[in-house]
Ligand binder design. Structure first.
Ligand SMILES: [Fe+2]
Length: 241
């Protein structure tokens, strides 16, 4: 059985896929009002921040896996609050980008990365996936089921909770960015997070954790007691000077 098939079965099991194999509708989301814009050949647009991949980009293959919270070969589930991270990958013309590879990598609910460079003595969560990728369809949509990461320290840096996102597409280029989460406790940590503070217009990287009831039109069977983050990403062209 291929891993893709496994992932698809797992996704169906977890209600991530609906009839037709994707979201029922994204009509409730305004097209071309992305949370941020990004791209390889870009200028910084009103809601754009592009960041480097950071020290914990996975060293090995990032598997095709949209559900990092469980493994069909295991019975347990990942610790932490379930988070659905989803949105669209848009091109410079605001049209959805087909066949974009969207990768995420992140710390677990204990602030640990599954990476040899993470020398903290925290234990890995055996049921958490830590990283995965999906390929968008013609609607440009991506969706991951994951968990809300914890903050962590790296060398002398205090890092606020965030998820790294990479997008690879032959047509419009490659880019990586991060998503942070709204909240007073996260704000408090962000005040000391020098990496976050070094980003240009960093507040544009922050999105609210919303109630799944706000997204019923998507047709996704969300887990109870989970949260949703809607995060559209758009590539834009540089303006000619
Ligand atoms: Fe990180």
């Amino acid at each position: 059985m291929t891993s893709n098939l496994l992932n698809r079965r797992q996704a169906i099991k977890n209600g991530l896929l609906v009839a037709g194999g994707t979201f029922a509708s994204f009509a409730s989301l305004d097209l071309c009002q992305p949370n941020m814009l990004m791209g390889q050949d870009i200028e910084i647009a009103p809601k754009l921040i592009r960041t480097e991949k950071g020290p914990f980009y996975p060293k090995g293959e990032i598997p095709a896996d949209r559900d990092l919270t469980s493994d069909p070969k295991k019975t347990g589930t990942a610790d932490g609050k379930v988070l659905y991270l989803f949105g669209r990958i848009l091109g410079p013309d605001c049209k959805p980008i087909n066949k974009a590879r969207v990768e995420i990598w992140q710390a677990d609910s204990n602030g640990k990365y599954n990476h040899p460079g993470d020398s903290s003595d925290k234990k890995l969560d055996p049921n958490f996936g830590y990283f995965g990728h999906v390929i968008t369809g013609s609607n440009g949509l991506y969706l991951f089921k994951t968990i809300v990461p914890a903050s962590y320290s790296f060398r002398d840096l205090q890092r606020a909770p965030h998820i790294h996102i990479g997008v690879v597409n032959r047509e419009v280029g490659n880019a990586s960015t991060e998503v942070y989460f709204a909240g007073k406790e996260d704000d408090r940590i962000r005040e000391k997070d020098r990496v976050f503070q070094s980003r240009k217009n960093p507040k544009r990287l922050i999105v609210p954790k919303q109630d799944p009831d706000d997204f019923v039109s998507l047709g996704v069977k969300f887990d109870g007691n989970s949260v949703c983050c809607h995060y559209d990403l758009a590539f834009v062209k540089k303006k000619k000077k």
